[in-house]
Design a protein around this ligand. Structure first.
Ligand SMILES: [Zn+2]
Length: 207
């Protein structure tokens, strides 16, 4: 499957790209344990965008993996996961980190996060704050433990969870798709193992 675009996204950096229907987006965690925040939109009408409730209701699980579809707010398929080497250890609840949440959770000021990366990437497409919705965090293991507690702040490890060098997800665009990524710069919790690292993002022809 030829690569139409092949980028290394530096630690903590944003990325965006448009895929035609049928093309694949492959995201590779080059060094392991790197959170990748992800949003997607109908490229021809970005008012239609990723919708976590529709996606989770359709999949019947909080752990999106191969075969699950990312649905829009109009309950139409935007992208389908066609490969997932970590078997669903992706966060679908916690949303993105931000300067605001870093101050709220960790007491640090002026520490930008994925929200600021999203804003930078979205601005290239005429989009902004109103267009950020709760996103998927690939390779980010945020367990929901048995009593319903979100382990986001403690990041209780699950044996076998967490990504390793070369782990990847691949998504097929079901419509013309704007994909927006923040290669998470977070240093205040373990989601990037204390050291944000580069990722590889490829757009593949799909055939
Ligand atoms: Zn982040």
């Amino acid at each position: 499957m030829p690569a139409l675009r092949d980028d290394v996204v530096g630690a903590g950096q944003p990325w965006s790209g448009v895929l035609e229907a049928g093309q694949h987006l492959r995201i590779t965690d080059l060094e392991g344990r790197q959170g990748v925040d992800f949003l997607c939109y109908n490229a021809d009408n970005p008012l239609e965008r990723y919708h976590a409730p529709n996606t989770l209701k359709a999949s019947g699980t909080l752990r999106l993996t191969t075969g699950h579809t990312l649905y829009s707010d109009e309950a139409r398929p935007i992208m389908t996961m066609v490969a997932d080497s970590v078997g669903g250890f992706h966060d679908t609840i916690g949303g993105c980190c931000s300067a605001h949440s870093n101050e709220m959770l960790y007491g640090v000021k002026d520490c930008p996060g994925c929200r600021e990366n999203f804003l930078a990437a979205l601005s290239d497409h005429g989009l902004g704050r109103r267009d950020i919705v709760p996103n998927v965090n690939f390779f980010c293991n945020v367990p929901v433990v048995n009593d319903g507690e979100l382990a986001e702040r403690s990041f209780v490890p699950i044996p076998g969870g967490g990504s390793h060098p070369g782990d990847h997800v691949e998504l097929r665009a079901e419509m013309r798709t704007l994909a927006v990524i923040s290669n998470c710069p977070q240093m205040n919790n373990p989601c990037n193992d204390g050291q944000p690292t580069p990722i590889r993002v490829e757009i593949l022809s799909g055939t």
